[in-house]
Ligand binder design. Structure first.
Ligand code: MLT
Length: 310
C-alpha cells in the first residue's frame, strides 16, 4: 500500500480521501528540516501547503518519494529542478482557492477605497473623525489586472459587477479569451498609465519579478491604488514605500511580501498602507477544496499512475 506524509496543517478531508482510496497516511506537521529528512524515506508521497520547504536535501533523503502534492497554487516552496532530476512528480491544485483569492483582492480594493482599517482604528479609539476619511467610488473606475488567468479572470468578473472598466496586461491572454472575460487587453505601459486601481495575479518568475519597479511605478497614474495578493517580489517594496510617501500612489494593500513571514517592513505604519498575512487562500471553503483536490490527484497517481496538474 502506498504511503503519504501530510507535513503541513491540512483539512481532515485530505487524510480521509487518502484512506478511502487505499493510501496509508500519516499527518506529522511542524517538523524541522532535519526531522523531516529523518522520516521522509518511508513515504511515496508528500502532501504540503506552504510551510514545508521541499529542498534538494529533503529530496535526497526521500529515497521512495514519487510525488509531492501542493494543496494550493504556488510551488515556490518546492525545488522543482531537484524534484525533476530525482524523478519526483510535483502537482498543485490550480483551481481550489481561486475564488477565495479573488475575493480577498476585491476586499482589499474596497478597504483601500474607503480607508477601512484606519477608519476602524480611529472610531474604536473614540475619535469619530468623519471628515478625515473621504473615500473614492469604484464605479466607473479603471481596474488594471496584471495577470488574467484563473484568479485574475474571477477578479475581472467581480469588478465588472461593480461597474468598473477592466483592462489587462497578460502576454498569455489570447484576444478571444479577453473578449470572453470582458477585458481590454493592453500593454503594460498602457495599463500603468490608465489604471485607477492595479491588482496583480501572476506567479513570480524572472519576467515578473519587480514588475512594479520604481521605473514602472513612476509610469502609473497619480493617485493609483495597488493590490497584491499574488506573490511578494512582484513589487519593489522600497519603491512602493517612496511612492506612498510622495503621494504619487494613493494607497497600497499587500497580502504577500518579499520576506515571509513579514514580521517587519519599512511599509508598516505608512499612511494608506494595508497589510494582511498571506490570507489570500484562507477561507474554510478554499482549504477544503484544495485538500480534496490534492488528495484525489495524489491518490490517483500513486494507485493508478494518473497525472493531473503536474
Ligand atoms: C497559493 O499559492 O495557493 C496561495 O498563495 C496560498 C498559500 O500559499 O497559502
Amino acid at each position: 500500500m502506498p504511503k503519504v506524509l501530510i507535513s503541513d496543517k491540512m483539512d481532515p478531508k485530505a487524510a480521509q480521501i487518502f484512506r478511502e482510496r487505499g493510501v496509508e497516511v500519516d499527518e506529522i506537521t511542524g517538523k524541522t528540516p532535519e526531522e523531516l529528512m529523518a522520516i521522509i524515506g518511508d513515504y511515496d508521497g508528500l502532501a504540503i501547503r506552504s510551510s514545508t520547504k521541499v529542498t534538494k536535501a529533503i529530496l535526497d533523503a526521500a529515497k521512495n518519494l514519487k510525488v509531492v502534492g501542493r494543496a494550493g497554487i504556488g510551488v515556490d516552496n518546492v525545488d522543482i529542478p531537484a524534484a525533476s532530476a530525482a524523478g519526483v512528480v510535483v502537482m498543485n491544485t490550480p483551481f481550489g482557492n481561486s475564488i477565495t483569492t479573488a475575493e480577498h483582492a476585491i476586499a482589499l480594493m474596497f478597504a483601500l477605497a474607503r480607508q477601512l482599517p484606519e477608519a476602524d482604528a480611529s472610531t474604536q479609539a473614540g475619535k469619530w473623525e468623519k471628515n478625515r476619511f473621504m473615500g473614492v467610488e469604484l464605479t466607473a473606475k479603471t481596474l488594471g489586472l496584471i495577470g488574467a488567468g484563473n484568479i485574475g479572470s474571477i477578479v475581472a468578473d467581480r469588478a465588472q459587477g461593480l461597474k468598473m472598466k477592466v483592462i489587462a496586461f497578460d502576454p498569455f491572454l489570447s484576444p478571444e479569451r479577453a473578449i470572453e472575460i470582458g477585458v481590454e487587453k493592453v500593454e503594460l505601459d498602457q495599463l500603468l498609465a490608465r489604471a485607477d486601481f492595479i491588482t496583480l495575479h501572476t506567479p513570480l518568475t524572472d519576467q515578473t519579478r519587480n514588475i512594479l519597479s520604481a521605473e514602472n511605478l513612476a509610469k502609473t497614474k497619480k493617485g493609483v491604488r495597488i493590490i497584491n495578493c499574488a506573490r511578494g517580489g512582484l513589487i519593489d517594496e522600497a519603491a512602493l514605500k517612496a511612492a506612498l510617501d510622495s503621494g504619487h500612489v494613493a494607497g497600497a494593500a499587500l497580502d504577500v511580501f518579499v520576506q515571509e513571514p513579514a514580521k517587519e517592513s519599512p511599509l508598516f505604519g505608512t499612511p494608506n498602507f494595508i497589510s494582511t498575512p498571506h490570507l489570500g487562500a484562507s477561507t474554510s471553503e478554499a482549504q477544503v477544496n484544495v485538500a480534496i483536490q490534492v488528495a484525489e490527484q495524489m491518490a490517483d497517481f500513486l494507485v493508478s499512475g494518473g497525472v493531473t496538474n503536474a
